[in-house]
Design a protein around this ligand. Structure first.
Ligand code: DGY
Length: 325
């Protein structure tokens, strides 16, 4: 160790070369395991660190922060940062940063993939083929929802919500949205329409979620709201698991009120293989891969490193989380 160099703990291996901007002037330690550092280990490493580059799997709560007296920055390699107690970080003078923008397209693409897979029943049809159950072409078999002319409801018209809107419009969908703030420009330019959330639900064939997880959005889609959705509608969640009440979702799918759900995120991750959600028909479940493209993961890492480096140099980071502004 060289005295005087700031120490950075990185909780997982990042794409090759992305830590280069810290080389020479910071002492960087990368957690070598595929699994995240266990909580006690995380506390131990952060106790000595000036900067942390963290993932959505690392819980940075007040206890962790209290044990990290030198820490100046928690740079989350994600756009979401519900794994970090931002209020506690603020109180302790620790900057929190994230990586918005660079994962918009990858996440919007995956959302469309889930919408299409649910609407056209892809896993079900493919599994039947593999089981040898494709015996003929039949006019009534594996019928799904055609996106052209169907109505999409977007919950949260931020960057990712807008990118999904543009894609859905290209598929000929009618697009409605609910968001904290109305976007008259997008309404005028794209012909999308705002609705209060409860009014939008009965109108849509597909509902897709693009809000961050906050105390206000936890269980935003609860039993009552699922009930307001059209019978047979599709729910897609690439945001955060806890935006939906999962138990209520299981019930809505079990009774056939919802036709399908396309999920990339869960209340508890990794979702256990025996979770009820994985047993109900109509669920397409992915392992939190919204941002998982080569290009996006590289750009996320680059941004996370840039954020961390800026704070350690005493500069304003490019992307502090909004609560830090
Ligand atoms: C994020 O960035 O918040 C994603 O969930 C991780 O890809």
């Amino acid at each position: 160790m060289t005295a005087g160099k700031p120490r950075v703990f990185v909780t997982r291996e990042l794409p090759a070369g992305t830590l280069e901007p810290l080389a020479g002037w910071a002492e960087v330690e990368v957690w070598p395991d595929f699994q995240p550092p266990p909580p006690a280990e995380l506390r131990r490493r952060l106790a000595e660190a000036d900067g942390a580059i963290t993932m959505v799997t690392d819980r940075i709560d007040d206890e962790v922060l209290a044990a990290a007296p030198r820490l100046k920055v928690v740079s989350n390699c994600a756009v979401g940062y519900d794994n970090i107690d931002v209020a506690a970080a603020r109180r302790r003078g620790v900057m929190v940063t994230h990586t918005p923008g660079v994962l918009t397209d990858a996440t919007a693409d995956l959302t469309m993939a889930l919408i299409l897979a649910c609407a056209r029943r892809l896993p079900e049809a493919e599994a039947a083929l593999r089981r040898g159950e494709w015996r003929t072409w039949h006019p009534l078999q594996w019928l799904g929802l055609e996106l052209n002319g169907a109505t999409l409801g977007i919950v949260g018209l931020g960057r990712i919500g807008r990118a999904v809107a543009r894609r859905a419009l290209a598929f000929g969908m009618r697009v409605l949205y609910w968001s904290r703030r109305r976007d008259p420009e997008a309404e005028a330019a794209w012909g999308i329409a705002y609705r209060p959330l409860d009014d939008m639900l009965p109108e849509v064939d597909v509902l897709t979620l693009h809000v961050p997880l906050t105390p206000e959005t936890r269980h935003l889609i609860d039993a009552r709201r699922l009930e307001r959705m059209k019978r047979g509608a599709i729910l897609v969640n690439t945001a955060r698991g806890d935006v939906v009440d999962e138990e209520a979702l299981v019930r809505a799918l079990e009774r056939g009120h919802l036709g399908a759900a396309g999920l990339d995120v869960y209340s508890r991750e990794p979702v256990p293989p025996d979770h009820p959600l994985l047993r109900v028909p109509g669920v397409i479940a992915l392992p939190h891969i919204g941002s998982a493209t080569e290009r996006t993961r590289r750009r996320m890492a680059e941004l996370a490193v840039a954020n961390c480096a800026a704070v350690l140099r005493g500069e304003r980071p490019p992307h502090p989380v909004p609560e830090m502004l």
